[in-house]
Design a protein. Structure first.
Length: 135
């Protein structure tokens, strides 16, 4: 096995101002951070949502298993999809990240699909937690 695994998910939410403090008031996820580890590698993700629950921004710090470089993905979205992608890479032994890509999507659609799926999963987790708190 890879040893201990720990995952921390922190969620922030919008609350309908008319019902603020009311347990039955309308809430929707605003921002989620996720940090986790596998073996000795640490990972971190951020997801920013609008009031309708649509994803607006994704940040992910990942490890490329081919060369063990650290990769930072930033995906900016509007209602139609990705409007900008930036990717930074820090090779093993290097101190700073360098820009690898700055454009609309490039060859990063697989990474985007992975993180978009996770953004949906965290939104659904928030809804499940919020709905269970109503009873």
């Amino acid at each position: 096995g890879s040893g201990q695994h720990k995952e921390t998910v922190t969620m922030y939410f919008y609350e309908d101002e008319e019902n603020e403090g009311n347990i039955c008031g309308k809430r929707s996820i605003y921002f989620a951070t996720v940090s986790y580890n596998f073996a000795v590698r640490d990972y971190y993700e951020e997801y920013l949502y609008d009031k309708d629950g649509s994803i607006k921004f994704i940040y992910a710090k990942d490890i490329n298993s081919d060369d063990w470089s650290e990769v930072e993905y930033r995906f900016y979205l509007d209602k139609k999809g990705v409007i900008k992608t930036t990717v930074n890479r820090k090779k093993q032994g290097e101190e700073n990240f360098t820009l690898e890509y700055d454009g609309k999507m490039g060859g990063y659609s697989k990474a985007f699909a992975t993180y978009k799926g996770k953004a949906s999963a965290y939104r659904n987790l928030f809804k499940a937690i919020d709905n269970s708190a109503l009873y």
